[in-house]
Design a protein around this ligand. Structure first.
Ligand code: SAH
Length: 356
Protein backbone atom coordinates (compact mmCIF):
# COMPACT_ATOMS: atom_id res chain seq x y z
CA UNK A 1 0.00 0.00 0.00
CA UNK A 2 1.21 3.48 -0.80
CA UNK A 3 1.40 5.87 2.08
CA UNK A 4 1.59 9.61 1.63
CA UNK A 5 3.72 11.93 3.73
CA UNK A 6 1.29 12.12 6.60
CA UNK A 7 1.30 8.30 6.78
CA UNK A 8 -2.33 8.19 5.89
CA UNK A 9 -3.53 5.54 3.44
CA UNK A 10 -4.66 7.15 0.20
CA UNK A 11 -7.75 5.16 -0.87
CA UNK A 12 -7.25 6.32 -4.47
CA UNK A 13 -3.92 4.46 -4.54
CA UNK A 14 -5.51 1.12 -3.66
CA UNK A 15 -6.65 -1.54 -6.10
CA UNK A 16 -10.02 -3.17 -5.48
CA UNK A 17 -8.18 -6.15 -3.94
CA UNK A 18 -6.19 -3.91 -1.59
CA UNK A 19 -9.36 -2.09 -0.61
CA UNK A 20 -10.77 -5.52 0.22
CA UNK A 21 -7.80 -6.22 2.50
CA UNK A 22 -8.25 -2.89 4.23
CA UNK A 23 -11.93 -3.53 4.82
CA UNK A 24 -11.25 -7.08 6.07
CA UNK A 25 -8.67 -5.64 8.46
CA UNK A 26 -11.36 -3.39 9.90
CA UNK A 27 -13.55 -6.45 10.47
CA UNK A 28 -16.12 -5.24 7.95
CA UNK A 29 -17.85 -7.46 5.38
CA UNK A 30 -16.13 -7.65 1.99
CA UNK A 31 -18.94 -5.98 0.02
CA UNK A 32 -18.02 -2.72 1.74
CA UNK A 33 -14.90 -2.66 -0.42
CA UNK A 34 -16.95 -2.34 -3.61
CA UNK A 35 -18.99 0.49 -2.05
CA UNK A 36 -15.93 2.41 -0.92
CA UNK A 37 -14.16 1.79 -4.21
CA UNK A 38 -17.09 3.22 -6.15
CA UNK A 39 -17.13 6.44 -4.10
CA UNK A 40 -13.42 6.90 -4.59
CA UNK A 41 -12.66 5.57 -8.08
CA UNK A 42 -15.91 6.29 -9.89
CA UNK A 43 -17.27 9.34 -8.10
CA UNK A 44 -14.02 10.87 -6.88
CA UNK A 45 -15.63 12.20 -3.69
CA UNK A 46 -13.60 14.47 -1.48
CA UNK A 47 -15.31 13.81 1.87
CA UNK A 48 -16.32 10.72 3.79
CA UNK A 49 -19.76 12.12 4.62
CA UNK A 50 -20.56 11.87 0.91
CA UNK A 51 -20.29 8.07 1.20
CA UNK A 52 -23.95 7.86 2.17
CA UNK A 53 -24.37 4.08 2.05
CA UNK A 54 -21.72 3.52 4.74
CA UNK A 55 -22.51 3.63 8.44
CA UNK A 56 -21.38 6.69 10.37
CA UNK A 57 -19.12 4.46 12.44
CA UNK A 58 -17.33 3.07 9.38
CA UNK A 59 -16.96 6.54 7.86
CA UNK A 60 -15.34 7.73 11.09
CA UNK A 61 -12.94 4.80 11.12
CA UNK A 62 -12.01 5.45 7.51
CA UNK A 63 -11.49 9.11 8.24
CA UNK A 64 -9.06 8.30 11.04
CA UNK A 65 -6.99 5.99 8.87
CA UNK A 66 -7.33 7.11 5.26
CA UNK A 67 -7.98 9.92 2.83
CA UNK A 68 -10.23 9.70 -0.25
CA UNK A 69 -7.35 11.07 -2.34
CA UNK A 70 -9.15 13.76 -4.33
CA UNK A 71 -6.97 16.75 -5.22
CA UNK A 72 -7.51 20.43 -4.51
CA UNK A 73 -7.96 22.58 -7.62
CA UNK A 74 -5.69 25.60 -7.19
CA UNK A 75 -6.26 27.36 -10.51
CA UNK A 76 -8.08 26.89 -13.80
CA UNK A 77 -7.21 28.56 -17.08
CA UNK A 78 -9.91 28.40 -19.72
CA UNK A 79 -9.09 28.75 -23.39
CA UNK A 80 -11.50 30.10 -26.00
CA UNK A 81 -11.41 26.71 -27.71
CA UNK A 82 -12.78 24.94 -24.61
CA UNK A 83 -9.45 23.58 -23.36
CA UNK A 84 -9.10 23.99 -19.61
CA UNK A 85 -5.78 23.74 -17.83
CA UNK A 86 -5.85 22.81 -14.14
CA UNK A 87 -3.25 23.22 -11.44
CA UNK A 88 -3.80 20.67 -8.68
CA UNK A 89 -2.34 20.79 -5.18
CA UNK A 90 -0.97 17.59 -3.65
CA UNK A 91 -0.94 16.65 0.03
CA UNK A 92 2.72 17.65 0.43
CA UNK A 93 2.08 21.06 -1.16
CA UNK A 94 3.62 20.16 -4.48
CA UNK A 95 1.60 20.98 -7.57
CA UNK A 96 0.81 19.26 -10.90
CA UNK A 97 -0.88 20.31 -14.11
CA UNK A 98 -3.54 18.51 -16.12
CA UNK A 99 -5.52 19.54 -19.16
CA UNK A 100 -9.15 18.97 -20.17
CA UNK A 101 -9.53 18.71 -23.96
CA UNK A 102 -13.06 18.60 -25.40
CA UNK A 103 -13.32 16.92 -28.83
CA UNK A 104 -16.25 16.17 -31.15
CA UNK A 105 -15.80 12.47 -30.37
CA UNK A 106 -15.59 12.81 -26.57
CA UNK A 107 -13.52 14.47 -23.90
CA UNK A 108 -9.97 13.65 -23.02
CA UNK A 109 -7.71 14.51 -20.11
CA UNK A 110 -3.95 14.91 -20.30
CA UNK A 111 -2.43 13.72 -17.02
CA UNK A 112 0.96 14.34 -15.42
CA UNK A 113 2.94 11.41 -13.99
CA UNK A 114 5.67 13.22 -12.04
CA UNK A 115 6.23 16.52 -10.28
CA UNK A 116 8.87 17.97 -12.60
CA UNK A 117 10.96 15.68 -14.81
CA UNK A 118 14.59 14.62 -15.04
CA UNK A 119 14.78 14.03 -18.78
CA UNK A 120 16.13 17.48 -19.61
CA UNK A 121 14.63 18.01 -23.11
CA UNK A 122 15.84 21.38 -24.36
CA UNK A 123 12.45 22.70 -25.50
CA UNK A 124 10.36 21.64 -22.50
CA UNK A 125 9.27 23.69 -19.49
CA UNK A 126 8.47 20.72 -17.20
CA UNK A 127 12.05 19.66 -16.81
CA UNK A 128 13.55 23.04 -15.91
CA UNK A 129 13.56 22.49 -12.15
CA UNK A 130 14.44 18.79 -12.47
CA UNK A 131 12.49 15.94 -10.95
CA UNK A 132 10.82 16.59 -7.61
CA UNK A 133 9.08 13.23 -7.18
CA UNK A 134 6.97 10.55 -8.78
CA UNK A 135 3.21 10.74 -8.52
CA UNK A 136 1.43 7.81 -6.90
CA UNK A 137 -1.15 5.86 -8.96
CA UNK A 138 -3.91 7.61 -7.03
CA UNK A 139 -2.47 11.06 -7.67
CA UNK A 140 -2.57 10.35 -11.40
CA UNK A 141 -6.09 8.94 -11.15
CA UNK A 142 -7.39 11.86 -9.08
CA UNK A 143 -6.53 14.28 -11.89
CA UNK A 144 -9.15 12.53 -14.02
CA UNK A 145 -11.91 12.35 -11.39
CA UNK A 146 -11.14 15.92 -10.31
CA UNK A 147 -11.57 17.22 -13.85
CA UNK A 148 -14.66 15.11 -14.45
CA UNK A 149 -16.30 16.47 -11.31
CA UNK A 150 -15.29 20.07 -11.95
CA UNK A 151 -16.40 20.19 -15.60
CA UNK A 152 -19.41 17.92 -15.13
CA UNK A 153 -18.36 16.19 -18.35
CA UNK A 154 -17.57 12.51 -18.78
CA UNK A 155 -14.01 11.76 -19.77
CA UNK A 156 -13.68 9.04 -22.41
CA UNK A 157 -9.99 9.10 -23.27
CA UNK A 158 -6.70 9.79 -21.55
CA UNK A 159 -3.36 10.97 -22.79
CA UNK A 160 -0.44 10.32 -20.46
CA UNK A 161 1.40 13.27 -21.88
CA UNK A 162 1.51 15.87 -19.13
CA UNK A 163 4.56 16.71 -17.04
CA UNK A 164 6.96 13.89 -16.30
CA UNK A 165 8.28 10.83 -18.07
CA UNK A 166 5.85 7.91 -17.62
CA UNK A 167 8.60 5.32 -18.22
CA UNK A 168 10.48 6.81 -15.26
CA UNK A 169 7.48 5.97 -13.05
CA UNK A 170 6.19 2.97 -14.95
CA UNK A 171 4.94 0.80 -12.07
CA UNK A 172 2.68 3.57 -10.80
CA UNK A 173 1.54 4.40 -14.34
CA UNK A 174 0.69 0.74 -15.01
CA UNK A 175 -1.31 0.51 -11.80
CA UNK A 176 -3.15 3.69 -12.77
CA UNK A 177 -3.98 2.19 -16.20
CA UNK A 178 -5.15 -1.07 -14.64
CA UNK A 179 -7.43 0.76 -12.18
CA UNK A 180 -8.92 3.26 -14.62
CA UNK A 181 -9.71 0.66 -17.32
CA UNK A 182 -11.33 -1.77 -14.85
CA UNK A 183 -15.09 -2.26 -14.47
CA UNK A 184 -14.69 -1.04 -10.88
CA UNK A 185 -12.96 2.13 -12.17
CA UNK A 186 -13.94 4.58 -14.89
CA UNK A 187 -13.99 1.83 -17.54
CA UNK A 188 -11.94 3.80 -20.01
CA UNK A 189 -10.98 1.43 -22.83
CA UNK A 190 -7.26 0.73 -23.18
CA UNK A 191 -7.56 1.78 -26.82
CA UNK A 192 -8.57 5.21 -25.60
CA UNK A 193 -5.35 5.65 -23.62
CA UNK A 194 -2.14 7.04 -25.13
CA UNK A 195 1.19 6.94 -23.31
CA UNK A 196 3.89 9.31 -24.51
CA UNK A 197 7.60 8.72 -23.89
CA UNK A 198 10.75 10.62 -24.79
CA UNK A 199 12.27 7.25 -25.77
CA UNK A 200 13.26 5.26 -22.68
CA UNK A 201 13.95 1.97 -24.46
CA UNK A 202 13.71 -0.49 -21.50
CA UNK A 203 10.34 1.06 -20.61
CA UNK A 204 9.05 0.53 -24.16
CA UNK A 205 10.20 -3.12 -24.03
CA UNK A 206 8.55 -3.64 -20.66
CA UNK A 207 5.32 -2.08 -21.87
CA UNK A 208 5.42 -4.26 -25.01
CA UNK A 209 5.67 -7.36 -22.83
CA UNK A 210 2.40 -6.40 -21.10
CA UNK A 211 0.70 -6.37 -24.52
CA UNK A 212 -1.84 -3.74 -23.53
CA UNK A 213 -3.99 -2.20 -26.24
CA UNK A 214 -2.91 1.34 -25.40
CA UNK A 215 -1.31 3.62 -28.00
CA UNK A 216 2.39 4.26 -27.65
CA UNK A 217 3.47 7.73 -28.63
CA UNK A 218 7.17 8.46 -29.02
CA UNK A 219 8.51 12.00 -28.85
CA UNK A 220 11.02 11.81 -31.67
CA UNK A 221 11.54 15.44 -32.75
CA UNK A 222 14.68 14.67 -34.79
CA UNK A 223 15.55 12.09 -37.45
CA UNK A 224 19.20 11.42 -36.47
CA UNK A 225 21.47 11.14 -33.43
CA UNK A 226 23.52 14.20 -34.22
CA UNK A 227 20.52 16.50 -33.87
CA UNK A 228 18.53 14.49 -31.34
CA UNK A 229 21.53 14.41 -28.97
CA UNK A 230 21.46 18.21 -28.82
CA UNK A 231 17.73 18.40 -28.10
CA UNK A 232 17.09 15.38 -25.89
CA UNK A 233 19.72 14.01 -23.47
CA UNK A 234 17.88 10.66 -23.35
CA UNK A 235 19.14 10.06 -26.89
CA UNK A 236 22.73 9.73 -25.68
CA UNK A 237 21.65 6.71 -23.67
CA UNK A 238 19.15 5.26 -26.15
CA UNK A 239 20.07 6.40 -29.67
CA UNK A 240 17.66 6.52 -32.60
CA UNK A 241 18.48 3.05 -33.98
CA UNK A 242 17.81 1.36 -30.62
CA UNK A 243 14.66 3.40 -30.19
CA UNK A 244 13.37 2.32 -33.59
CA UNK A 245 14.12 -1.32 -32.79
CA UNK A 246 12.12 -1.02 -29.56
CA UNK A 247 9.21 0.56 -31.46
CA UNK A 248 9.27 -2.27 -34.02
CA UNK A 249 9.16 -4.74 -31.16
CA UNK A 250 6.20 -2.90 -29.61
CA UNK A 251 4.37 -3.00 -32.93
CA UNK A 252 5.07 -6.66 -33.56
CA UNK A 253 3.86 -7.71 -30.09
CA UNK A 254 0.80 -5.46 -29.82
CA UNK A 255 -0.08 -4.96 -33.48
CA UNK A 256 -0.75 -1.34 -32.57
CA UNK A 257 0.20 1.68 -34.66
CA UNK A 258 2.86 3.80 -32.96
CA UNK A 259 2.61 7.59 -33.07
CA UNK A 260 5.75 9.69 -33.50
CA UNK A 261 5.53 13.22 -32.14
CA UNK A 262 7.62 15.77 -33.98
CA UNK A 263 7.56 19.38 -32.78
CA UNK A 264 8.69 21.62 -35.61
CA UNK A 265 11.30 24.11 -34.45
CA UNK A 266 12.35 26.97 -36.66
CA UNK A 267 15.68 26.32 -38.40
CA UNK A 268 16.43 23.32 -36.18
CA UNK A 269 14.52 20.26 -37.37
CA UNK A 270 12.12 21.54 -40.04
CA UNK A 271 13.97 21.31 -43.40
CA UNK A 272 12.90 19.24 -46.41
CA UNK A 273 16.12 17.22 -46.08
CA UNK A 274 15.24 16.35 -42.48
CA UNK A 275 11.74 15.35 -43.59
CA UNK A 276 13.31 12.98 -46.12
CA UNK A 277 15.54 11.56 -43.42
CA UNK A 278 12.48 10.96 -41.29
CA UNK A 279 10.85 9.14 -44.21
CA UNK A 280 13.85 6.81 -44.49
CA UNK A 281 13.68 6.12 -40.77
CA UNK A 282 9.97 5.30 -40.65
CA UNK A 283 9.31 3.74 -44.04
CA UNK A 284 7.46 0.44 -43.79
CA UNK A 285 6.56 0.87 -40.11
CA UNK A 286 3.00 0.71 -38.79
CA UNK A 287 3.11 4.31 -37.62
CA UNK A 288 1.71 7.78 -37.79
CA UNK A 289 3.48 11.12 -37.46
CA UNK A 290 1.99 13.94 -35.45
CA UNK A 291 3.53 17.29 -36.31
CA UNK A 292 3.19 19.69 -33.39
CA UNK A 293 3.60 23.43 -33.52
CA UNK A 294 6.19 24.15 -30.84
CA UNK A 295 4.76 25.89 -27.82
CA UNK A 296 6.94 28.83 -27.00
CA UNK A 297 8.60 28.62 -23.61
CA UNK A 298 9.91 32.02 -22.52
CA UNK A 299 13.14 30.70 -21.01
CA UNK A 300 14.05 28.74 -24.16
CA UNK A 301 15.62 29.82 -27.46
CA UNK A 302 13.58 27.53 -29.69
CA UNK A 303 10.87 29.13 -31.86
CA UNK A 304 7.93 27.78 -33.84
CA UNK A 305 8.41 26.95 -37.54
CA UNK A 306 6.64 29.07 -40.15
CA UNK A 307 3.40 27.80 -41.60
CA UNK A 308 4.99 27.23 -44.98
CA UNK A 309 7.76 25.07 -43.52
CA UNK A 310 5.19 22.99 -41.67
CA UNK A 311 3.27 22.51 -44.90
CA UNK A 312 6.42 21.47 -46.82
CA UNK A 313 7.45 19.04 -44.12
CA UNK A 314 4.01 17.51 -44.15
CA UNK A 315 4.00 17.14 -47.93
CA UNK A 316 7.31 15.27 -47.96
CA UNK A 317 5.94 12.73 -45.47
CA UNK A 318 2.61 12.40 -47.24
CA UNK A 319 4.35 12.02 -50.59
CA UNK A 320 6.18 9.00 -49.18
CA UNK A 321 2.93 7.46 -47.93
CA UNK A 322 3.52 8.11 -44.24
CA UNK A 323 0.29 9.03 -42.42
CA UNK A 324 0.66 12.47 -40.89
CA UNK A 325 -1.48 14.94 -38.98
CA UNK A 326 -0.70 18.44 -37.85
CA UNK A 327 -1.92 18.80 -34.29
CA UNK A 328 -4.23 21.72 -33.92
CA UNK A 329 -2.82 24.11 -31.41
CA UNK A 330 -5.10 23.71 -28.44
CA UNK A 331 -5.21 26.27 -25.73
CA UNK A 332 -2.65 28.49 -27.46
CA UNK A 333 -3.97 31.45 -25.47
CA UNK A 334 -3.21 29.77 -22.13
CA UNK A 335 -0.03 28.29 -20.65
CA UNK A 336 -0.58 25.08 -22.59
CA UNK A 337 3.00 23.88 -22.89
CA UNK A 338 3.82 21.29 -20.25
CA UNK A 339 5.00 22.74 -17.02
CA UNK A 340 4.42 26.40 -17.78
CA UNK A 341 1.55 26.87 -15.36
CA UNK A 342 3.39 25.12 -12.55
CA UNK A 343 6.53 27.12 -13.22
CA UNK A 344 4.59 30.34 -13.01
CA UNK A 345 2.93 29.16 -9.83
CA UNK A 346 6.25 28.27 -8.28
CA UNK A 347 7.66 31.68 -9.19
CA UNK A 348 4.79 34.00 -8.44
CA UNK A 349 2.40 32.35 -6.19
CA UNK A 350 2.38 30.44 -2.93
CA UNK A 351 -0.12 28.09 -1.39
CA UNK A 352 -2.71 30.09 0.50
CA UNK A 353 -2.24 29.47 4.22
CA UNK A 354 -4.76 27.23 5.85
CA UNK A 355 -5.84 25.54 2.66
CA UNK A 356 -4.74 22.19 3.98
N1 SAH B 1 7.91 12.71 -21.15
C1 SAH B 1 6.95 12.29 -22.10
C2 SAH B 1 5.57 12.89 -21.89
C3 SAH B 1 5.48 14.34 -21.51
S1 SAH B 1 5.91 15.52 -22.72
C4 SAH B 1 7.44 12.57 -23.51
O1 SAH B 1 8.51 13.14 -23.65
O2 SAH B 1 6.78 12.18 -24.46
C5 SAH B 1 4.56 15.51 -23.81
C6 SAH B 1 4.86 15.96 -25.22
O3 SAH B 1 5.03 17.38 -25.28
C7 SAH B 1 6.14 15.36 -25.78
O4 SAH B 1 5.95 14.99 -27.13
C8 SAH B 1 7.09 16.54 -25.68
O5 SAH B 1 8.18 16.36 -26.52
C9 SAH B 1 6.19 17.68 -26.03
N2 SAH B 1 6.67 19.00 -25.66
C10 SAH B 1 7.39 19.39 -24.60
N3 SAH B 1 7.64 20.72 -24.63
C11 SAH B 1 7.04 21.18 -25.74
C12 SAH B 1 6.94 22.46 -26.33
N4 SAH B 1 7.50 23.53 -25.79
N5 SAH B 1 6.22 22.55 -27.47
C13 SAH B 1 5.65 21.47 -28.04
N6 SAH B 1 5.70 20.26 -27.54
C14 SAH B 1 6.41 20.09 -26.40
Amino acid sequence: MTLNKSKTINLMDLSIEETGELVAGLGEPRFRAAQIYKWVHQKGVSRFDEMTDLSLKLRERLQALTTPGSLEILTRQKSKDGTVKFLFGLADRETVESVFLPHDYGNSVCVSTQVGCRMGCGFCASTMGGLVRNLTPGEIYAQVTGIQNDTGKRVSSIVIMGSGEPMDNLDHVLKFITMITAASGLQIGARHITLSTCGVVPGIMKLAAFDLQITLSVSLHAPNDLLRDTMMPVNRKYPVRQLMEACREYISVTNRRVTFEYALIKGVNDSAGQAEELVRLLRGMLCHVNLIPLNRVDEREYRQSDRERVQNFREVLEGAGIPVTVRREKGADIDAACGQLRRRAVKEWRWPDGLL
